[in-house]
Design a protein around this ligand. Structure first.
Ligand SMILES: Cc1cc2nc3c(=O)[nH]c(=O)nc-3n(C[C@H](O)[C@H](O)[C@H](O)COP(=O)(O)OP(=O)(O)OC[C@H]3O[C@@H](n4cnc5c(N)ncnc54)[C@H](O)[C@@H]3O)c2cc1C
Length: 431
């Protein structure tokens, strides 16, 4: 007998769990299939305060508050030579209500979200992978691979929240938007013994900027800190060394990183993730929607991934529920509007990311006292407020303008990267 569902959600990450909670509580019989056993390791541990409201809507927030996650009140940005820094305090944002969020170990966070969807009544099957999918007149026929062998189910709707996984193919995934970024790579691990500031600043994300890359330092519990190096694939190829060696050498070449990482030790093998920046042109068609990373992801610098997963899955689930109740597939207009809304938020982060990687833009970002509350508007965006209300919008555009003209008409103190060690180069002291 083939089991029949209203909605099949592929993937039990934040996008899948939040979508499943929403469709199930709207009365649609929902199945979530997740190919891995949970809890499972995931990178992406820093949340954004603007995403709190989306998590609150699903009722999972009290469970997150009880889980003992580290509280995050802001982020600190440093130059790798220790010569400049800037602290972003969420409480200073132009928009109130963005004061804090959490740094989360994703294995624990994702399990809480998935369990929450199950408690809402969604059927959740882990260690079950979607292998293929056939479109039928009124929905989809889906082949699953389960621990006890192959199985078929049918579902009127599919929400593909399978993350960056390329295995599961679909027509929707074929065409990508042209990428605004070069191909980048991240080398990361969890560490014991990384230095932390005292008090509430100890929960901040630390970003350490190199001439051609950057490090994240994210405390994920009392002992462990997530630390990762991001650079271009071209720089990594040029370094021509093992990822762990590139990571260690780059730490050794930076006074700021050496100070923070002194006496620390990795707790597992180094992970490498490359070529993660893309957005799919189409995000929905017929009875299928892509949510979260399955639709696209740009760059980890401003920690927007989980927020975008929660935001896109909310829009996706609401669109599916509406069409289901009207007993029809998605209209072209709905699909285009969905993609437009998701990409509008993503493009705000994309423009901020572009300024971060540009040395002139970064100098403006690091400016200690930008005029007319431009800093407070940028803080709101760094806290995830990608909805550009007018007071944020004009200040953001002014900020982008100052970044663009900085090279010729500097409005912020210039940063000289020439004397700084680049990624994976031999430390100066050893030359
Ligand atoms: C280096 C790096 C650092 C990052 N740092 C941050 C950060 O600090 N903060 C932040 O918010 N974001 C960060 N991100 C982004 C973040 O990791 C993702 O945006 C987020 O995990 C997306 O959630 P998701 O639910 O879409 O996908 P995922 O969390 O990837 O979940 C997808 C799930 O689908 C399952 N799956 C895949 N294929 C199948 C299949 N065929 N059948 C069944 N199940 C399947 C997978 O096993 C997985 O569990 C980072 C990303 C990178 C690459």
């Amino acid at each position: 007998m083939i089991h029949d569902y209203d909605v099949l959600v592929i993937g039990g990450g934040p996008a899948g769990s939040c979508a499943a909670w929403r469709t199930q509580t709207a009365g649609l019989r929902t199945l979530v299939v997740e190919k891995q056993a949970f809890p499972r390791f995931r990178i992406g541990e820093s949340l954004l305060p603007h995403g709190n409201a989306l998590l609150r809507e699903t009722g999972v927030w009290p469970k997150l508050e009880k889980a003992g996650f580290i509280e995050k009140y802001g982020a600190s940005f440093h130059l790798s030579n220790g010569m400049a820094d800037k602290e972003v305090v969420f409480a200073d944002a132009l928009v109130p209500g963005l004061e804090k969020t959490f740094q989360v170990e994703r294995a624990k966070f994702d399990s809480i979200l998935l369990e929450h969807a199950r408690e809402a009544g969604a059927e959740v099957r882990t260690r079950t992978a979607v292998r293929s999918l056939t479109v039928e007149a009124e929905g989809h026929r889906v082949s699953l691979e389960t621990a006890s062998g192959p199985e078929e189910v049918s579902a009127r709707w599919v929400i593909d929240a399978s993350g960056r996984d390329q295995f599961f193919p679909s027509e929707l995934k074929r065409t990508l938007d042209p990428s605004p970024f070069p191909k980048r790579v991240a080398i990361y691990n969890h560490f014991h013994g990384v230095a932390r500031a005292a008090g509430s600043k100890g929960g901040n994300t630390l970003v350490v900027r190199l001439p051609d890359g950057w490090f994240w330092i994210i405390p994920i519990d009392a002992e462990r800190t997530s630390v990762g190096l991001v650079t271009t694939i071209a720089a990594m190829r040029q370094a021509n060394a093992e990822p762990a060696d590139i990571f260690r050498k780059t730490v050794a070449g930076s006074p700021k990183l050496s100070e923070l990482m002194a006496g620390s030790s990795p707790v597992m093998d180094f992970h490498v993730t490359s070529d993660y920046s893309y957005f799919r042109r189409q995000l929905a068609a017929g009875r299928m929607v892509l949510a979260g990373d399955a639709g696209g992801f740009f760059d980890p610098i401003f920690s927007s991934g989980v927020y975008m997963a929660c935001y896109s899955s909310k829009l996706a689930a609401e669109m599916v529920v509406r069409a289901h109740r009207a007993n029809r597939p998605l209209t072209n207009g709905e699909c285009l509007r969905y993609a437009k809304r998701v990409k509008a938020h993503a493009s705000v982060f994309q423009r901020l990311i572009t300024t971060f990687y540009d040395n002139d833009g970064f100098a403006v970002f690091m400016s200690p006292r930008p005029p007319v509350k431009i800093g407070a508007a940028i803080t709101a965006i760094v806290a995830g407020h990608a909805r550009l209300t007018w007071p944020i919008r004009w200040r953001f555009y002014a900020f982008l303008f100052f970044c663009r003209i900085q090279r010729w008409f500097p409005t912020a103190e210039k940063i000289d990267f020439t004397g700084m060690d680049a990624v994976a180069q031999t430390p100066r002291a050893a030359r």
